[in-house]
Write a protein that binds this ligand. Structure first.
Ligand code: IPM
Ligand code: MN
Length: 340
């Protein structure tokens, strides 16, 4: 397996080191190549993602990314120039974000019940395309727009992926989350697409919720969800809520997939670079390790993925919730459990 590794900024390198520890414990054939991308490169050289680097990244089977961001870089530069650029250039149209409440993990909800949802966020369209503009800037008449792009092709492929995942799960339930009562054009495209594709998946039951109502049900009744499909921006927001109710972003994993397999997919914890705790060895690497599990699953290494996930499940069920996290200790434990 040829793996490109972008450790990034802040706690990125710390959690990625543990992710690699666990990965090599189950998959000794990994050849990893580090790529220096992120805030420190930009601050040093002004470079974000040179074309030559992007070409090299394309030559890999997968990418593991830690976190990108630094308080000394103005907001939007690394996001648009690096992270979103990777997602768009590599056609990561499926942003896969499972949210499962593991045994032994404390949810902030008093009585959460079982939670096991698979959020599928569209990754290459919506308001993230950067199709906007501003006129009369810095005047009282300033007008700013951000156009949400939704194509039949883009919606269909992510909806189809969601149905394929839903039909393979025990509950076979899919919820479309949108705001069709206000965003009537995009909403209609999403609803019609779900309806059309559902004809090919008669075993899957389908529900629809507006994103505001869904945000409430994520808190009051998260157990109702199985697979969720939604657009890029709604997906960004609701997956943070889903992470919060299942134990926090320290446990939230994600995969940016090119489901067609043309370009390498990229796996990253949902959390950011957490500069406030960087360098202290106290970041929880579990989200990165679970992202490694998604990576293995995506590459068809089902047994290796199962070992990683089982190691995390065991570790979480036996953790002392009051003991402070030590990044390397969690990684050592998970590597021993997964590799043993
Ligand atoms: C995420 C992040 C990114 C996003 C930001 C950093 C651009 O919030 O991965 O969820 O909005 O997708
Ligand atoms: Mn986000």
């Amino acid at each position: 397996m040829r793996l490109a590794v972008i450790s990034g900024d802040g706690i990125g390198p710390e959690v990625v080191a543990e992710g690699l520890k666990v990965l090599t414990a189950v998959a000794p054939d990994v050849e990893s190549t580090p790529y220096d991308l992120g805030a420190s490169r930009w601050l040093r050289t002004g470079e974000l993602l040179p074309e030559t680097v992007l070409d090299e990244l394309r030559q890999h089977d997968a990418i593991l990314l830690g976190a990108i961001g630094d308080p000394s870089v103005p907001s939007g530069i690394l996001e648009r120039g690096l992270l979103l650029k990777l997602r768009f250039e590599l056609d990561h149209h499926v942003n896969l974000r499972p949210a499962k409440l593991f045994d032994g993990v404390q949810s902030p909800l008093a009585d959460p019940g079982p939670i096991d949802m698979l959020c599928i966020r569209e990754g290459t369209e919506g308001p993230y395309v950067g199709n906007g503009g501003v006129i009369r800037r810095d005047t009282p008449q300033e007008v700013a727009t951000e156009v949400s792009l939704n194509t039949a092709f883009g919606v269909e492929r992510v909806v189809r992926y969601a149905f394929e995942r839903a039909v393979a799960r025990p509950r076979r339930h899919l919820t479309l989350i949108h705001k069709t009562n206000v965003l009537t054009h995009a909403g209609s495209l999403w609803s019609r697409t779900v309806e059309e594709v559902s004809a090919e998946f008669p075993e899957v039951t389908v529900a629809y919720q507006h994103v505001d109502a869904a945000s409430m049900f994520f808190i009051t009744d998260p157990g109702r969800y199985d697979v969720i499909v939604t657009d890029n921006l709604f997906g960004d927001i609701i997956t943070d809520v889903a992470a919060a109710v299942t134990g926090g972003i320290g446990l939230a994993a994600s995969g940016n997939l090119d489901a067609s397999g043309t370009h390498p997919s990229m796996f990253e914890p949902v959390h950011g670079s957490a500069p406030d705790i960087a360098g202290q060895g106290k970041a929880d690497p579990t989200a990165t390790v679970l992202s490694v599990g998604l990576l293995l699953e995506h590459l068809g290494r089902t047994e290796q993925a199962r070992k990683v996930n089982a190691a995390v499940a065991f570790d979480l069920s036996t953790r002392d919730p009051k003991a402070p996290i030590r990044t390397t200790e969690v990684g050592d434990r998970l590597a021993a459990l997964a590799g043993g």
